[in-house]
Ligand binder design. Structure first.
Ligand code: MTE
Ligand code: MO
Length: 365
């Protein structure tokens, strides 16, 4: 046999092309991964596919690179001060790839609060400082002569096709073997099925976990002291109390948490559009910020906000404290972290609230 290993090695581009490709793919993995956290509508399915394809390509090029440097890694005299960082980088990238593939295929981990997806995100974020440290010690510019235009283009096209095929094969495998990922949505989130009977876990407060994005954990809201303020670009700023919120509207809607689970529930409450109409939205208004008692908040385009529900009930039960009593936002098509709990203010504005990106991370601290 004329060594398949040697033939495989010839598939790889020049060393610097491999290295810069790894950098580019790491950036693409980070970008698609972060964007995917905010993607909840089926139109975004391509983003999740792209994240998977980038992962497969990273794995292939990482393998090519490790093969190239294996000799140096085995020789202690070839180590320098920066080598440990490089090894750690490769290790964490490999762990991010393994946990990502494991999640996609349906693996589960026995960490009761953390899902394998959470672990994947943690490793993925850890790659960032490691790559920066690795790059600062090992930076080599890409030269024109490293690139073999036509062949490298073919290589990349092949890599993308192989990536798509691998991701599709993985999905098919998860379904064929009926793993925990068999019923996953395009977001990778799995139906909650803690009792393991193969059907989703029923209705109401007990059917799905109380979840915080980071650390939001307010004391129970006192219904007598609480009010919902509606202000900003409205004709009449108003305050509603719990007595003003009889459940008039209802939606069956899917809550998809970025920890990797989803649940379909019947929600009832007051249509945000009705609340806005009562206050009289001014012509120049474009965005609506929904804010929690903790400062946690998110902003939505006016038209979308109108369709959202300020829910007081789930599955026919009054919301429990953990699920957002007295009022939580239900915004179908948005990821769970945007379904603000313990709402106390609705502010109508001209622009989105960019502070939301920080507020959702720090509100509980
Ligand atoms: N104020 C506030 N609202 C919040 C959160 C939070 O931490 N604080 N967590 C969000 C997240 S990450 C999700 S998935 C859903 C979970 O809703 P649940 O706790 O009712 O399951 O609420 C969202 N609303
Ligand atoms: Mo979440």
């Amino acid at each position: 046999m004329p060594g398949w290993r040697a033939r495989l090695a010839r598939l790889a581009p020049a060393p610097r092309v491999v290295d810069w490709s790894l950098f580019g793919l790491a950036l693409a993995a980070l970008g698609t991964g972060l964007l995917s956290l905010g993607a909840g509508r089926p139109g975004a399915a391509a983003l999740f596919l792209a994240h998977g394809v980038v992962g497969v390509a990273l794995a292939a090029l990482l393998a090519a690179k490790l093969r190239r440097v294996a000799g140096r890694l085995r020789d202690p005299r070839a180590w320098d001060r920066a080598t440990p960082v490089s090894v750690a980088t490769a290790l964490v990238v490999a762990l991010a790839l393994l946990t990502g593939a494991g999640w996609a295929l349906g693996a589960t981990v026995p960490l009761d609060f953390w899902t394998l997806l959470n672990v994947h995100i943690l490793f993925g974020l850890l790659v960032v400082p490691l790559v920066l440290a690795h790059l600062s010690a090992r930076f080599r510019p890409l030269r024109g002569r490293d690139v073999d235009g036509r062949r490298d283009a073919l290589r990349y096209a092949g890599l993308v096709l192989a990536g798509v095929a691998t991701v599709r094969l993985g999905d098919a495998l998860a379904r064929a073997l009926d793993t925990a990922a068999a019923d996953a949505r395009f977001t990778g989130s799995r139906p909650l099925d803690d009792d393991g009977d193969g059907t989703p876990d029923g209705d109401g407060n007990a059917a799905f976990p109380v979840t915080s994005w980071v650390a939001d954990d307010p004391d129970p809201v006192d219904p007598d002291a609480w009010s919902l303020r509606v202000d900003g670009l409205v004709a009449d700023a108003t305050e509603l109390g719990t007595a003003d919120l009889s459940p008039e509207s209802a939606d069956r809607a899917l809550l998809d948490c970025t920890s990797g689970w989803y649940t379909v529930q019947d929600w009832a409450g007051v249509r945000l559009g009705d609340v806005l109409d009562d206050a009289g939205v001014r012509d120049e208004a474009r965005w609506v910020v929904v804010r929690s008692v903790t400062g946690y908040r998110w902003s939505f385009p006016l038209a979308e906000a109108r369709g959202a529900l300020l829910a007081t009930h789930v599955g026919g039960e009054r919301l429990s404290h953990g699920h957002g009593y007295p009022v939580r936002l239900v915004v179908p098509g948005r990821r769970g972290f945007q379904w603000i709990k313990w709402v106390e203010r609705v502010e109508v504005r001209r622009r989105p609230d960019l502070g939301q990106y920080v507020a959702t991370l720090t509100s509980g601290l």
